[in-house]
Design a protein around this ligand. Structure first.
Ligand code: GCU
Length: 468
């Protein structure tokens, strides 16, 4: 038995070696994934521009039956619903309507104010912790919100909302913030034990959450842990929000119904509902932001829910801002294999089959129009395909222009290859040099992260549109 194991291991090593050498020869990296123990699979990842295949992007100003979209009315009546329906049916899945919910699921959750601290952040802010209960017995689904609102202001302030990865307590070093009660990922560094957050997790993500800076600039900020809405692992949609929406006899979402990104985006809309009831916040000026998988989420939330006045994608990559058809960095085969629960069942069809995509992510950007859109990349984050993110953002320009805005503005000076309405190649903007107009973009130095530099840009962008 032992011998057999050794032989197996030796052949695995030789096999990976062959893959790796073969791979580097072609400028391809091989990555191994095993979302479940024992099912490791090798994926070839292309991270070189010369390996981007020829592809065709669908024109956002031509309707499914070939009509040219000539004005705003045609956009709102014909094209926008077509695009939204594609993302609902093929990619993120449909968000169910409340009318389908089980009897006890509340459309207007019970708001439990768990704590309010009027002198948080050294007196600069009021910190409010609120639990939104969605069942009348308060024993079922809930979302725990952490909100900071600037003190000493005369009128309602604009706000940012953004989900967090590791619980509200991880976003700050203030010692009395409630610890997240939801299932968490299972890190082995003591910040979690048996998938529950520990004291040690306080403040571990605070570098991504410069609350003082945000408050000093006059903004409120609201966050919740994404695991509250749907724990981020593939359990066949038995936990989190999904089961509350099953029809009689249903045990998992249908092929065109929401996956986890859809659920998290739904959660952002529920946070928005709450912000609409908070008089200290100007709910007409709420920017939704997100990093990485939660950037995919903020884009999808912003596309569906037009109450979000600004939409920000921070390093959202594959399935977010990046064009899928470029097959650069993370691709659909990988994301569907490693994170099968993120998208709807129908999306699996596009694994290794990007040509079959009826749309690409520039259409998601266009669903944000005419609202301000900020897409940000990081130089070392090739996995997320910075160029694909930039291309996607500026390809929404014709829609933004049709709706009477400046669209991508000076970012269009970087275009090097265009076919009709569609942009296929660009000179990348200089590092740390934001460009564009109402469609805005930057690529900063460094790795996949949310930095103070990113936040500074988002705050200035919001200043511009919220006319502060
Ligand atoms: C992985 C995944 C990405 C995702 C990222 C994150 O890297 O492949 O698609 O954006 O995790 O959310 O941190």
């Amino acid at each position: 038995m032992k011998n057999f194991k050794n032989i197996l291991m030796a052949s695995a090593i030789i096999f990976s070696f062959i893959l790796l050498t073969d791979a580097s020869a072609q400028g391809v990296i091989t990555k191994y994934y095993s979302p479940n123990p024992g099912v490791e699979k090798a994926f070839k990842v292309k991270q070189e521009e010369s390996l981007v295949p020829e592809y065709v992007l669908p024109d956002l100003l031509i309707s499914d039956n070939g009509k040219t979209i000539e004005n705003a009315e045609m956009w709102w009546k014909i094209k926008r619903p077509e695009l939204l329906s594609w993302f609902e049916n093929q990619m993120y899945g449909k968000t169910p309507l409340f009318s389908m919910a089980i009897k006890d699921f509340l459309k207007n959750p019970i708001v439990e104010v768990r704590a309010e601290k009027k002198d948080a952040l050294g007196g600069k802010a009021t910190r409010r912790e609120v639990r939104l209960h969605f069942t009348s017995d308060k024993k079922g689904f809930f979302i725990d919100l952490l909100i900071y609102i600037p003190n000493n202001v005369k009128k309602a302030v604009p706000a940012f909302t953004m989900l967090n990865f590791k619980g509200n307590q991880a976003t700050t070093n203030e010692p009395d913030v409630f610890i997240c009660e939801s299932w968490v990922t299972g890190r082995k560094d003591g910040t979690e034990i048996r998938n529950k957050s520990t004291e040690k997790s306080r403040g571990v993500s605070q570098d991504r959450w410069p609350f003082e800076m945000i408050i000093d600039r006059g903004y409120a900020v609201a966050t919740a842990c994404y695991h509250d809405i749907d724990p981020d692992y593939d359990d066949g949609f038995q936990n989190g929000i999904h089961p509350y929406f099953y029809k009689k006899g249903q045990t998992r979402p249908d092929g065109n119904e929401w996956g986890s990104i859809g659920a998290w985006a739904w959660g952002l809309s529920r946070i928005m509902d709450y912000l609409e009831t908070e008089p200290r916040i100007n709910s007409k000026q709420v920017a939704v932001a997100g990093h990485s998988r939660l950037g995919k989420t903020s884009l999808w939330a912003g596309a569906q829910d037009q109450r979000f006045a600004i939409v920000i994608s921070n390093n959202s990559g594959c399935g977010g801002a990046a064009l899928s058809k470029r097959v650069f960095g993370e691709n659909l085969d990988i994301i569907n294999y490693v994170r099968p629960h993120w998208f709807c069942g129908n999306f699996k069809y596009y694994s290794n089959n990007e040509n079959a995509l009826g749309l690409d992510q520039h259409a998601l950007m266009a669903l944000i129009a005419p609202r301000p859109l900020y897409v940000a990349s990081a130089e070392k984050d090739l996995w997320a395909d910075p160029k694909g993110e930039f291309l996607s953002a500026i390809n929404a320009d014709p829609v933004y222009k049709l709706l009477g805005t400046e669209g991508a503005g000076n970012a269009l000076n970087n275009v090097t290859k265009k076919k009709g309405n569609l942009i296929y190649d660009v000179k990348m903007p200089e590092l740390n040099n934001p460009i564009g107009s109402i469609i805005h973009y930057h690529i900063r130095t460094g790795v996949h992260a949310v930095t103070n530099y990113d936040w500074e840009q988002y705050l200035s962008f919001a200043d511009k549109y919220f006319k502060k």
